[in-house]
Write a protein that binds this ligand. Structure first.
Ligand code: GSH
Length: 146
């Protein structure tokens, strides 16, 4: 599998994005502890009392990053894997994966800092373009073989 240039490039970018999601999850947990804002009453009781069973704007921002990652990176993991099976040109494929990867990194940075609008939306749209392109190529490849 690693000898397949396209698939190994997909594996690299996909795995790096999963690691990014793990990092966001870890930081969210740490932020909860620091801000004393717990999502479950049992956690709040353990860390000082039910008054800490509450929302915190910063924690919620991290959760939105994670949710948006789930809405976009999970489909990429499917589309990128299927697209790799279509034997695309390695450079073109790498451009798709790299654009998506960089778009998602900028999206995260823009969401967390936060950067002035429309930076986050632009990053989101550019990353989604790469996914749309892969999705269309998959659909055309399937239809043309019917
Ligand atoms: N579920 C998303 C939403 O509610 O906004 C769908 C559209 C989307 O993902 N928009 C991007 C975004 O960063 C660019 S504006 N949305 C913020 C978010 O999902 O928290």
């Amino acid at each position: 599998m690693l000898e397949n240039e396209v698939f190994s490039s997909f594996m690299l970018y996909g795995t790096l994005l999963i690691l990014k999601m793990y990092l966001i999850a870890i930081v969210t947990g740490q932020l909860r502890l620091r801000r004393k804002a717990f999502i479950n009453p049992e956690d709040a009781i353990r860390h000082g009392g039910l008054q800490f069973y509450r929302e915190d704007p910063e924690v919620e921002r991290y959760r939105r990053v994670h949710r948006n990652d789930m809405e976009t990176i999970y489909p990429f993991l499917f589309l990128g894997a299927v697209y790799s099976l279509l034997d695309p040109h390695p450079t073109v494929a790498r451009i798709h994966f790299c654009v998506f990867f960089l778009g998602r990194l900028v999206h995260t940075v823009a969401y967390l800092l936060p950067l002035r609008a429309p930076a986050r939306s632009l990053a989101y749209s550019i990353a989604q373009l790469a996914c749309f392109s892969m999705a269309l190529q998959i659909v055309f490849a399937v239809i043309s073989h019917w």
